[in-house]
Design a protein around this ligand. Sequence first.
Ligand code: PAF
Length: 282
Amino acid sequence: MTRIVRTVAELREQVRAWKAAGEQVGLIPTMGALHEGHLSLVRLAQTKVKRTVASVFVNPKQFAPHEDFDAYPRGEARDAELLESAGCDLLFAPNAAEMYPQGFSTTINLTGVSEPLEGAARPQFFGGVATVVTKLLIQAQPDIAVFGEKDYQQLQVIRRVTRDLDLPVEIVGAPTARAEDGLALSSRNAYLSAQERAAAVALPDAMKAAIAAVQAGERIETAEAAGKAALAAAGFRQVDYFDFRDADDLSRLGPDALNGAKARLLAAAWLGKTRLIDNMGA
Ligand code: PAF
């Protein structure tokens, strides 16, 4: 059975015991509402370390007041069952008071790679993510921590924070898990109506088309504009961004061509009340 602990003290005691027995530990931070994508992170960790810990904490600090913190899907019993089926050893499920004790006053302040794209659309987001992930890494002291490439900018921000603060952990990125039609798996897909779910495939389709066009020599700006137009035609009501960026620091690429740069296409767009994000190597 996947054991559930709710306090940092219990978490540390278990991790200490594993390490004393010479067993390496991997952490998979999540906000629950687990799906196959999360389980693929657990499985990737299991190929690298003996013991896996998943955390489930819907982190209030990464939601703005108007965002979906209250509506965010929650279901610990199902999450625990899925973790059990994946062979995860421990579920760390703290409550808000354990994570943010009375008087909590410390936040990680970021610049650089956190600023464009998600950082521009959701100004409080990465500060909240960096703060909770740093806490989780210090709490669990894992050898590795696995994050999905689905949240590509988040992964780059966490790599940066880990390097900047000398956190003694290896950050591992895991490929995005997708549904059969290509839509990236996300807990927020649960918000989509059947009609919206059918339309959502336009997002990966538009991204693949834009990458193919740019690789065939199309100007980046033209491909980005065509991608946005395809999303509007498919019923997306707003595109926050649909941008080719440098794959490491997410700076803008020139308007013309990839010019051999290591590039990534990142997109965020609204279908009804649901905001979908995705990214692909270009
Ligand atoms: O990707 C997520 O689910 C969250 O942003 C994370 C990394 C668990 C931090 O709350």
